[in-house]
Design a protein around this ligand. Sequence first.
Ligand code: ADP
Ligand code: AMP
Length: 220
Amino acid sequence: MSPAIENQAPAAALPARDAPVFSPADVTVVFVLGGPGAGKGTQCARLVAEQGFHHLSAGDLLREEQDRPGSQFGQLIKDYIKDGLIVPMEVTIKLLENAMTAALKEKGTTKGRFLIDGFPRKMDQAHKFEEAVCPAKVVLFFDCPEKVMEERLLERGKTSGRTDDNAESIRKRFRTFIETSMPVVNFYEGQGKVIKVDATPSPADVSVTTSKLLTEKLSS
Ligand code: ADP
Ligand code: AMP
């Protein structure tokens, strides 16, 4: 099944529900947060290889939907991404829900473990996803200074082909992260769900720390 949202209007794409689609008894959700370029995708790839998680990147799903012929959200997504803004939650949440459903269906199971990367980036997304899709168990937060993230993104921009890996978009993305996404990290910190990892060492070293802390937290 494609994770595309087909031709539903955003408001219609998220129906009101009495309970989340997935039970946390069956589905483990780990939100993965950190500034742009902190290394979220890099670490998720390692966790997939080492611990068998299913990795869903909100940014990747949005770029895929942006490029899907006939998508009614293509231009909207393009504009939001270029300006480093938060795409309306109805679009992002529906894409994630569809991708989770598709992943479980493909494996022929109702149980799974998901790394949801780059989500939630705003408080409304956090509340809506937990209420309508699945409550989260843990939030991985990759902590990285802006200077380091900027260097990584400019380097990545040489080959990524992304419209937002340039100095101007990076500045806007940093602002969105501080103003809109850090409150989400702080909210989950208050719930005792956050694992904070220093993202400045090498990918291999960050991975060792992440894997250890995540395993401990999920088994506690
Ligand atoms: P994010 O998903 O948080 O935007 P990425 O995982 O795409 O970040 O990493 C951004 C860039 O930085 C990539 O080019 C990646 O290869 C590089 N990178 C990721 N982690 C590290 C690290 N620990 N040290 C140095 N470079 C890294
Ligand atoms: P990323 O691939 O995580 O760097 O995200 C790239 C861009 O996609 C962001 O700057 C946003 O414009 C958009 N985006 C990614 N994740 C989300 C999200 N959870 N909610 C809304 N927009 C998002």
